[in-house]
Design a binder for this molecule. Structure first.
Ligand SMILES: [Zn+2]
Length: 221
């Protein structure tokens, strides 16, 4: 009996080793919002410690994904070149549905993209990921004349900055946190699809901040 148990254990460990990780498949099927969040945070931990495994980045995965995609999470983040979600969460192809725009703000197109991933692809979690030293937030804090279409981004970030002005501490850092939280709230209260999915516990929205220096993702309360 003991030998049999040992054999089963060694088979399981071999499978885990060969597949790269317990979560190598990265499918949304049967994944709760909490497990989805855990996957992201575990991947970030590997990235911070330089213990990355680069899951789901081979020809087999590419081939499997021709049948369809089921990303387990949606990440809304900034276009900043230092904030690449697949890299900082140590993930691969088909794992996350990513929406990137400077300042990680959301408009109707972004909300439509989130709705598509949550409703049709089965994603269970939305992480709104702001980051330290965000140029879009800094520009909004600075104010003044803002040229062209950049103004539509700073206008969207402005409520977060206005709130930060009455808070103690660093205005830019507080604005970054406020912005991620306000965007998360906008997603949570988006009608009719997202709000309903959240009520049914089929979707969770979590604001977070990425530190471009340490590589750490911290969830915001
Ligand atoms: Zn940014």
């Amino acid at each position: 009996m003991k030998t049999l148990r040992c054999n089963i254990l060694s088979v399981i460990l071999t499978v885990v080793f060969l597949s790269g990780s317990l979560f190598a498949e990265g499918e949304a099927e049967g994944v709760s919002p909490e497990i989805a969040l855990q996957r992201l945070m575990l991947g970030n931990k590997r990235f911070v410690k330089s213990k990355v495994i680069h899951p789901n980045q081979n020809a087999k995965r590419r081939g499997d994904l021709t049948k369809g995609q089921h990303p387990f999470a949606i990440v809304v983040t900034c276009s900043d070149s230092r904030v690449s979600p697949e890299i900082l969460f140590d993930l691969g192809l088909g794992d996350i549905f990513v929406i990137r725009v400077a300042g990680n703000v959301v408009d109707d197109n972004a909300l439509g993209s989130i709705e598509y991933a949550a409703e049709h692809l089965g994603s269970k979690l939305v992480v709104v990921l702001g980051h330290s030293k965000c140029g879009a937030v800094s520009a909004t804090v600075q104010g003044g004349e803002i040229p062209g279409h950049i103004k539509s981004i700073t206008d969207a970030i402005k409520p977060a900055v206005d709130k930060a002005k009455s808070q103690s501490g660093d205005v830019i850092e507080n604005s970054i946190k406020n912005n991620a939280k306000l965007v998360a709230e906008k997603i949570r209260t988006s009608k009719p699809i997202l709000e309903e999915l959240i009520k049914e516990n089929k979707l969770m929205v979590a604001p977070a901040e990425y530190d471009i220096s340490t590589g750490t993702v911290t969830l915001l309360k």
